[in-house]
Design a binder for this molecule. Structure first.
Ligand SMILES: *Cc1c(COP(=O)(O)O)cnc(C)c1O
Length: 383
């Protein structure tokens, strides 16, 4: 058992370390052969026709995606209120406005029955977030998008590997899907992300805007037959490229993606079993034998529980267990609340959830003893 069971820990093996060392010795630190290989592997992982573009974060990827689909000043983009601020801030980068929708309390994902009421003549896109690694109701979302001619950009920061109706998130019929490889995510490169799309125009625009609006990336520039100093700037782009050091981690993390999921799934099953008879609401299970990535395992304290959520987390910390809260919904954050005049009553489910949710540790390096300790302490606090 660890002295303190942290909330999250990456699982970095010798393969990752050797690959990083190889990059360091190669002399090529930034976007180059490792990034290219990671993109190729990622495209193959998702299947035929999916193009993968490596970026330095999911935030960058979401920004690039919205820029590429043509989001601009005054446009509206519908998303969930129960997410990390990155999902919504990228909309503001482009002068557009997020329109927040409440969640379904059972799944914690966007309540699809409330999306149509949020659509106005300015609405251009929807950003569903697969909260915790459980797929949103994509059939309903894609249907609404088609009906109103809206684009769909999936925030898949939690969703590798997640399936929906047997298909991996990232291979559905949305316009763009973006993953995060932030240190705490299911596969980690420290900082990093991947944008995937089947649309060649979106892919080309994202590749260009990823690196200063230059029409060839640095690696091509130094290996192609054109003079190495020559390049063309076609737009005021960004600096969002992934380094080969990060890609070195990503290549091996991706190879383990199913194995790591299997280990988290086993922890989720153990929690499901051991917590079943307590006054808690357990996370929703995927439908139709789909895969839940189990990035997060979020329990909700029942109204009958005497201790507050905050006290619960404090008591767990005293017992050496790191818990967290995902998320403080955006309508309670000063910036979002003030700029859009958001009120608690507009988001009854997200507001209620926020008062009662606790994210338990779920990561591959947790030992069996760690897991037992978590269960024992929860029992002790609730009884
Ligand atoms: C982590 C996260 C992001 C941002 O990812 P970065 O790679 O850190 O930019 C976006 N959306 C959600 C839901 C996240 O959890």
């Amino acid at each position: 058992m660890n002295e303190f069971i942290p909330f999250a820990l990456p699982d970095i093996g010798e393969e990752e370390i050797a690959e990083v060392v190889d990059s360091l010795r190669s002399g090529w630190l930034t976007t180059g052969p490792k990034t290219k290989r990671f993109e190729q592997d990622f495209g193959e992982f998702l299947g035929y026709g999916v193009e993968a573009i490596a970026v330095n974060s999911a935030t960058s990827g979401l920004h690039l995606a919205l820029e590429a689909i043509g989001i601009g000043p005054g446009d509206e983009v519908i998303t969930t209120v129960h997410t990390f601020t990155a999902t919504a801030e990228v909309i503001r980068y482009l002068g557009a406005n997020p329109v927040f929708v409440d969640i379904d309390l059972a799944t914690m994902n966007i309540d699809v029955s409330k999306i149509e009421a949020a659509i106005t003549p300015r609405t251009k896109a929807i950003i569903p977030v697969h909260f915790g690694g459980l797929a949103c109701d994509m059939e309903a979302i894609l249907k609404i998008a088609q009906k109103y001619q809206l684009k769909v950009v999936e925030d898949a920061a939690h969703a590798i590997p997640t399936t929906y109706q047997g298909q991996l998130i990232g291979s559905l019929n949305s316009d763009v899907t973006v993953y995060s490889f932030y240190a705490t995510k299911t596969i980690a490169t420290g900082e990093g992300g991947m944008l995937v799309t089947r649309n060649p125009e979106i892919a080309q625009r994202c590749r260009i805007m990823r690196l200063h609006g230059i029409n060839r990336d640095a690696f091509d520039r130094y290996t192609s037959t054109k003079p190495s100093w020559y390049y063309e700037v076609v737009a005021p782009g960004f600096k969002y490229n992934m380094t080969d050091v990060a890609a070195s981690l990503g290549i091996h993390q991706l190879q383990k993606v199913w194995e790591l999921q299997k280990q988290r799934n086993a922890i989720a099953n153990y929690y499901n079993l051991e917590l079943a008879n307590l006054p808690l609401h357990l996370p929703a299970q995927p439908l139709h034998q789909d895969t839940h990535s189990w990035h997060l395992y979020v329990i909700r304290l029942d109204d009958s529980v005497k201790v507050s959520r905050n006290t619960f987390i404090e008591k767990m910390a005293v017992q050496g267990i790191g818990c967290s809260v995902h998320y403080i919904p955006l309508h309670l954050q000063p910036y979002w609340r003030e700029i859009y005049n958001l009120r608690t009553e507009q988001f009854p489910c997200a507001s209620y959830a926020y008062e009662h949710i606790v994210s338990l540790p779920i990561y591959t390096r947790m030992t069996a003893l760690d897991q037992t300790h978590v269960i024992e302490m929860i029992n002790k606090i609730l009884n």
